[in-house]
Unconditional design. Structure first.
Length: 426
């Protein structure tokens, strides 16, 4: 689906959708529990549906009404034989979080599982698991793509993982290893990037009765996990998502006037950094250099922001973005350059040169939700309309984005028709 946005500044109040990262974690932890949990303020999206369906496949009972999820954990007293006999099919959609979180959990439960996915997900690496799991009782039938099968039961012990691939592997093991009989340790062989996401996982685990401990520093970080732990049930609400709110904060920095609600001030979310980055720019819109090792999801909106500084800005330590929903470094540069930006993509960086306004044109979202939203924000400082090809990519994380955009005064045309709701709801 394509949308055409007529340039206008945005004004009003919006509620940030729930944190996708926290929603994944709360649903998984609740699904591993021994009772019934209620998780409220969950914004539906394709990725969250993939995770909920995956946990249902391996034994949890999950239902939801509106933004409230009711989850009966797989270790509930009346749940029979959670290990199962038949292989289960786990469709991860396009969600890297679902894939990397659920693989260790299925393995720890001894579930023979067939994993499938689409888009670029079959190409996204699971290298640490392929290397470490065969040492700990798990076999892969894997030919560098999907579908693939894992079998066996994960055992406790020592795991060595690179820290510069993705913190998602750490999270997956933090969920799974407490279920093993013995104690385990995860040793990082390089500094952990996106560490705030691992911190977020530890907080979610604590809420559901699981404790993990951290030892060492940046260059020798390790996690110690006691085995034989039991997930409890809990009732919780998911806080708003700074990753999504960042698009509105960027719109404000370049001329709009939006109040964003539903955000937790003392949040563990790394993407809260967008507030400090904008504050440091000041009223003079000073250029920035930002290391995004811990905040990779901010790159598309930071690139838009950088276009309106008073000098050259740089985004560095971003090589991992080449294996997201798109090659996000190239796709961001191409998207903004297509509408009059001046952005150069390097091997692990973006260099952004200042402009006065975007000139309008057509952007290919490359099936990437964050590029679609970044292009919409860019349109608020464009001289002519911006057309986004594949704008329904926003359904991956924020199906209501265009509805909220219109409610804030944006003028959006979908497939040549005006609309008053998001593409996901039209």
């Amino acid at each position: 689906m394509n949308v055409k946005i007529i340039p206008s500044r945005l004004k009003g109040t919006v509620s940030a959708p729930s944190s996708k990262s926290l929603s994944h974690r709360m649903i998984i932890a609740a699904a591993l529990g021994s009772g019934v949990s209620t998780v409220t303020n969950v914004t539906d999206s394709e990725d969250i549906k993939a995770t909920a369906d995956a946990m249902k496949s391996i034994g949890a009972q999950i239902g939801h009404e509106g933004t409230t999820y009711r989850i009966k954990g797989i270790f509930s007293a009346d749940n029979n034989d959670i290990s199962g006999r038949d292989a289960v099919h786990i469709d991860c959609g396009e969600s890297g979080s679902t894939l990397r979180f659920i693989i260790p959990i299925a393995a720890a439960l001894g579930r023979t599982s067939v994993f499938s996915g689409r888009g670029k997900l079959p190409c996204r690496p699971i290298t640490p698991y392929l290397r470490e799991f065969p040492k700990h009782g798990v076999n892969f039938d894997y030919n560098d793509t999907m579908p693939f099968t894992l079998s066996g039961r994960l055992t406790a012990g020592e795991y060595e993982l690179e820290g510069d691939i993705s913190s998602q592997f750490i999270t997956g093991l933090l969920f799974a290893l407490p279920l093993c009989e013995g104690d385990s340790i995860i040793r990082l062989t390089s500094p952990l990037q996106s560490k705030p996401y691992a911190d977020m996982t530890a907080e979610a685990l604590k809420l559901f009765g699981i404790t993990v401990s951290e030892t060492g520093g940046k260059n020798d970080l390790a996690y110690i996990i006691k085995g034989g732990q039991k997930y409890t049930s809990a009732d919780t609400s998911v806080e708003g998502d700074y990753s999504q709110a960042a698009f509105f904060f960027t719109a404000n920095a370049i001329g709009s006037s939006i109040t964003v609600n539903n955000l937790k001030e003392n949040s563990f979310q790394g993407d809260k950094a967008i507030i400090d980055i904008i504050d440091r720019m000041g009223e003079g819109m000073e250029p920035f250099t930002v290391d995004v090792g811990d905040i990779p999801d901010l790159v598309p909106t930071l690139a838009v922001l950088g276009c309106f500084t008073n000098g050259v800005s740089r985004i560095v330590n971003a090589a991992r973005l080449r294996i997201k929903e798109s090659d996000r470094l190239t796709a961001v540069a191409n998207a903004l350059n297509a509408i009059g930006g001046r952005v150069e993509a390097g091997e692990d960086s973006l260099t952004i040169y200042p402009i006065k306004q975007f000139t309008g044109g057509t952007v290919d979202a490359c099936n990437d939700h964050r590029i679609a939203m970044a292009a919409a924000v860019a349109s608020t400082r464009s001289e002519a309309p911006v057309t986004i090809i594949g704008a329904d990519a926003v359904n991956k994380s924020y199906p209501g984005f265009f509805r909220d955009f219109v409610d804030l005064g944006g003028a959006v045309i979908v497939n040549d028709k005006d609309f008053q709701t998001s593409p996901a709801h039209s």
